[in-house]
Design a protein around this ligand. Structure first.
Ligand code: SP5
Ligand code: ZN
Length: 334
């Protein structure tokens, strides 16, 4: 299977994140990508497909913010990395967006996603990897893998959060639409709900979003991913949320995935984007499902049995010592 990764993706390296009231090690480390690269035996560098495909899913003001935030933070004399602390109550009053802290609050939904001087370039490279995998699949490959890192599925049209800045799955899905694929599906099997992907396609009937994830009643991102969220307007019925309890093992996970795959087939998708997170693994340090390494080929084989051209984009997975093995196991199922 063709695999894509750009070395600029390693540049984004925040030193810490706000977690349960204190700063801890940033879980979404550059070494995640290296561990995967080592295990899959390297990757092709993506061609630069330009910024247009990113602008097709993200707000222009938000992208300018991603480019500028770290510089503005430094110019304000701040130490460390740019982190928001004040968030607007939407609709209360017109937002004044000159101060870096106002910008950070406006364009972030959490305080766990620091921005650095390298964030924009790394996110841009991650999106280029997703576009390269999409192009490969549009060109006739059965499946292709984008080693996306930073990940993307928590990023919305105009917000970052959850270690995500550019929504690489949305960029891939939109690029497929713009290449003439009439109906596209995103299957999200990261441990966390992909709130950004859901929001981006919420009112659209041309891109189906199906997600298996930890129940937001107990898990991040809390405010999205409940079973009654089904999309609106043209998108009504084109969002499918399958929340699962902490402790979920392969049998329940695989059954839920079968429900999602059946819905994707009924929708009539012609191309599939898989948001793959290895944070469903039993040993993940920030997650609470119980999948084993041997479970991943089964899940992948079920997806492959749909017979749909498939672009796989990497999302989460924080047990770095096991990450390469888990990703290899998943890809082997194709
Ligand atoms: C892409 C993805 O998997 N994002 C997950 C974001 C989860 N954020 C909430 C949980 C934060 C846990 N932080 C652990 C810090 C360890 N040093
Ligand atoms: Zn995750």
């Amino acid at each position: 299977m063709r695999r894509f990764y750009s070395p600029v993706q390693a540049g984004h390296a925040p030193m810490h994140e706000l977690h349960n009231g204190a700063f801890t090690d940033y879980a979404e480390k550059p070494s995640r990508a290296q561990a995967i690269l080592d295990a899959i035996g390297g990757a092709e560098q993506p061609h630069d497909h330009g910024v247009g495909a990113i602008e097709a899913v993200h707000d222009a003001g938000y992208l300018a913010f991603l480019r500028d935030a770290a510089r503005l933070w430094e110019e304000a004399g701040r130490p460390g990395q740019a982190i928001p602390y004040a968030f607007p109550i939407v609709g209360r009053r017109p937002l004044a967006l000159s101060r870096i802290d106002a910008l950070l609050g406006r364009y972030s939904f959490d305080a766990t996603t620091p921005l650095t001087r390298e964030t924009w370039r790394a996110g841009y490279g991650s999106a280029q990897s997703a576009l390269a995998a999409t192009q490969a699949v549009l060109g006739g490959e059965r499946a292709a893998f984008a080693l996306c890192r930073p990940p993307g599925h928590h990023a919305g049209r105009d917000y970052c959060g959850g270690y995500c800045h550019i929504n690489v799955a949305a960029v891939a899905a939109q690029a497929a639409r713009d290449a003439g694929v009439a109906r596209v599906a995103v299957l999200d099997i990261d441990y966390h709900h992909g709130n950004g992907t859901q929001d981006i396609f919420w009112q659209r009937g041309d891109v189906f979003y199906a997600s298996l994830h930890a129940d937001p009643a107990t898990d991040y991102p809390f405010f999205w991913g409940h079973a009654d969220e089904v999309g609106e307007d043209e998108g009504h019925g084109a969002t499918l949320n399958l929340p699962l309890p902490q402790g979920t093992r392969i049998d329940a996970f695989r059954a839920a995935q079968a429900t999602a795959l059946a819905a994707i087939a009924r929708f009539g998708a012609q191309l599939l984007v898989v948001s793959f997170g290895a944070d469903t693994w039993e040993g993940d340090p920030i997650s609470r499902f119980r999948l084993t390494t041997d479970d991943y080929p089964l899940l992948a084989a079920d997806i492959a049995a749909l017979g749909m051209p498939t672009a796989i984009v990497m999302e989460g997975g924080y047990a770095i010592d096991a990450l390469g093995t888990n990703v290899t196991a998943f890809l082997s199922g194709f």
